[in-house]
Design a binder for this molecule. Structure first.
Ligand code: IP8
Length: 256
C-alpha cells in the first residue's frame, strides 16, 4: 500500500480562494490509477481551507463566537474540494470512501490527542481507497484546531507501514533552501534524514506551518523506516514514475 498526499498547492490555486485546478486533479488521479497500486489518499485544503481559516483566525482556537461561522465555512469548503476529488476517483473507477477528520480525530492544544484509524482498516481490507483531507476538528483545550493533511499522513504511515509515502507538490522535490526565494537553491535527489534542511516558511498563506512542518513530518516517517518521495504534480508522468519505481525527477528521503 502507498500513502499519497495530494498537496493543496497542486490541486488548488493557493492565491485565490476556492479556485480548483480540475485538469490537474484529473491527470493526477489518472496517473495514480494507471500505476495499478493500492492506496490511501489524503489531500490538502489549499485555498479552500487556508484562506478562510486565516480570515477567521481559526488556528488561534475559539476566541469569539464570530469564528463559528469561519469554522462552518472552512469545513464546508474543504468538503467541496473533497467532493471534487471523489468525483474524479469515481470517473476513473477507483472505489473510494471519504473519511472526514472531524469524525476520527480529536486534538488537544493543536496536537492530535486521539485518532481512530479503524475505518481506514475496514476500507482497505474491503478494497476501498480511503480518502481524507486537512480540516478543522474539535480540540479539547481550544474548542477547535486545524488538522493538516500532513498530520493524517504521518499517522497513516506509522500505523499501516506503507511501502512508501508520496507527497505530490508544486515543486520538483526538496531543495536545500526555498527555491521560490533563492534561484541557486540546490536540488536534493536521494537524501538521508540528517541531510534534510530545516525549511523556511512557505511564502503563501498556510495556517498549518508550510514547508517547515512538512519536512519535520517527512523526517518522522523516514525515521520509521519508510521511504518518502516528494514529486512535482504539475509535471506530466512524474507521479506515475514515482509510484511505479521509474526514473523521474523527485526527491527520495531514504527510510532508516
Ligand atoms: O492543507 C489544512 O490542511 P493542509 C486544513 O493539509 C485547513 O495543511 C482547514 C486549513
Amino acid at each position: 500500500m502507498i500513502v499519497i498526499k495530494l498537496g493543496g498547492s497542486v490541486i488548488t490555486d493557493k492565491r485565490t480562494e476556492g479556485k480548483i485546478r480540475k485538469r490537474i486533479i484529473d491527470r493526477l488521479i489518472w496517473e495514480i490509477k494507471k500505476s495499478g497500486e493500492k492506496f490511501s489518499i489524503v489531500h490538502g485544503a489549499g485555498s479552500f481551507g487556508h484562506i478562510p481559516a486565516e480570515r477567521y483566525q481559526l488556528h488561534r482556537g475559539l476566541k469569539e463566537r464570530s469564528q463559528l461561522e469561519g469554522f462552518h465555512l472552512t469545513h464546508h469548503s474543504v468538503r467541496l474540494l473533497n467532493s471534487e476529488v471523489m468525483k474524479v476517483l469515481l470517473k476513473y473507477h477507483i472505489p473510494s470512501v471519504s473519511i472526514s477528520p472531524l469524525c476520527f480525530i480529536e486534538m488537544r492544544d493543536r496536537r492530535i490527542e486521539s485518532i481512530d484509524l479503524s475505518k481506514f482498516d475496514k476500507a482497505l481490507s474491503m478494497g476501498l481507497t480511503p480518502v481524507s483531507f486537512g480540516d478543522v476538528v474539535f480540540d479539547s483545550k481550544r474548542g477547535f484546531s486545524i488538522c493538516s493533511g500532513d498530520d493524517i499522513v504521518l499517522h497513516l504511515a506509522l500505523h499501516f507501514k506503507p511501502d512508501k509515502v508520496v507527497f505530490i507538490m508544486d515543486e520538483d522535490g526538496i531543495f536545500d533552501r526555498d527555491p521560490k526565494k533563492y534561484r541557486n537553491a540546490k536540488f536534493l535527489k536521494d537524501v538521508r534524514v540528517d541531510e534534510l534542511p530545516s525549511a523556511e516558511k512557505s511564502s503563501y498563506i498556510d495556517v498549518t506551518g508550510g514547508m517547515r512542518k512538512k519536512i519535520d513530518i517527512i523526517k518522522r516517517i523516514a525515521n520509521d523506516g519508510i521511504d518518502v518521495y516528494v514529486v512535482n504534480g504539475n509535471k506530466i508522468g512524474r507521479v506515475y514514475g514515482v509510484l511505479t519505481g521509474k526514473k523521474v525527477k523527485r526527491t527520495r528521503v531514504i527510510g532508516c
